[in-house]
Design a binder for this molecule. Structure first.
Ligand SMILES: [Zn+2]
Ligand SMILES: [Zn+2]
Length: 346
């Protein structure tokens, strides 16, 4: 089969012909319909400091966000069937730790990540642990289901942030930021301020429901949001950019008593004025890692199947596996939403 692989610990990735995997015990073999390029995949491709320390399986097939059809079952799989459509939850829980036993397996103490610690899905076929192969209703398009993993991060953050009736700022309008705008609108946010340095991404944010577009560098976000909220600030900040400076300065437009939901991953420590920005503001800070298993997934399925959530404006590019390098370039640029690779040719 064709697969995009990391062959050595260093920059780059290669399109290879490799053995089609056999599903192991409690695994299913999935014919990949669509796989989405994530920022994490770009880090692995570039081989930055994070990737070097992430415990990546090398050599191995990269990619973790995907959907497809089950074509074979490994031993011990009883609750899935050949022909089922599935989307992959990338957090592989241990099933034994405190969190796993108390309803929070997405933050398992011994978490393994599909496509990082295992072979992934930028390939025609992928062996997936049955425990993270989520059966998807047939009426949901597989291209949409391929983006459930990143969309679920955004939905989890929007749900935890409590955005109903609130003025919300979404900082960073890459794919997860775009999904955050989309779900903030569905969950009843009053106004959605979208912030990004790339005009192309701001245009996409407007397509999914952002009401006020702010381009830091061109305008001062603190002044713009202060002017728009009678100096009060926003109720909720969804920090998706992972840029330390963007996070630090965002407290300048958070209202007193507001909430900051952290979804982005700063590459280094971020210093904050805790007294001024958190204590005196009575600010609430929440971290979001992945999606709740399986409440977030059930919500995604309901919102998509009912037509409430349309991923169309976010899924901007579809490419064959052979054009993965172009896909990486597009997803690093400022004009793309989610870039999908279609191993079957689409
Ligand atoms: Zn991802
Ligand atoms: Zn666990």
């Amino acid at each position: 089969m064709l697969a995009v692989m990391k062959l050595q610990r260093g920059p780059g990735a290669s399109l290879c012909t490799t053995e089609r995997p056999e599903p192991g015990r409690r695994e299913v073999l999935v014919r990949v319909a669509a796989a989405a390029i994530c920022g994490t995949d770009s880090h692995i491709h570039e081989w930055n400091a994070w990737a070097q320390g992430a415990g990546l399986k090398v050599p191995g097939v990269i990619g973790h966000e995907c959907s497809g059809e089950i074509v074979a079952l490994g031993a011990g799989v009883t609750d899935l069937a050949v022909g089922d459509h599935v989307s992959v939850e990338t957090h592989i829980p241990c099933g034994r730790c405190y969190q796993c036993r108390t309803g929070d397996q997405h933050i398992c103490a011994d978490l393994r990540i599909f496509g990082l610690h295992t072979d992934g899905c930028f390939a025609e076929y992928a062996a997936v642990p049955a425990a993270v192969a989520r059966r998807i209703p047939g009426e949901i398009p597989l291209e949409t289901a391929a983006a459930f993993e990143p969309a679920g991060v955004a939905l989890h953050g929007v749900e935890r942030g409590g955005v109903a009736g609130a003025d919300v700022a979404v900082v960073g309008c890459g794919p997860i930021g775009l999904f955050a705008v989309l779900f903030a609108r569905i969950f009843g946010a009053a106004r959605i301020f979208a912030l990004d340095v790339a005009p192309g991404r701001l245009a996409l944010a407007e397509n999914v429901g952002a009401t006020i577009l702010i381009r830091p560098g061109e305008v001062d976000p603190v002044k713009a949001i202060s002017d728009a909220t009678h100096a009060r600030g926003v109720d909720v900040i969804l920090e998706v950019s992972g840029a330390g400076e963007a996070l630090r300065s965002s407290f300048g437009y958070l209202r007193k008593g507001g909430r900051v939901v952290l979804l982005g991953l700063p590459g280094a420590e971020v210093s904050l004025d805790v007294t001024r920005d958190i204590v005196f503001k009575e600010a609430t800070i929440l971290g979001i890692h992945g999606r709740h298993m399986w409440r977030t997934w059930a919500m995604l399925e309901g919102l998509v199947a009912s037509g409430r959530a349309d991923f169309g404006p976010v899924l901007t590019h579809r490419l064959p596996l052979s054009e993965f390098e172009r896909g990486f370039a597009l997803s690093r640029g400022g004009d793309a939403g989610k870039v999908l690779l279609l191993p079957g040719g689409g």
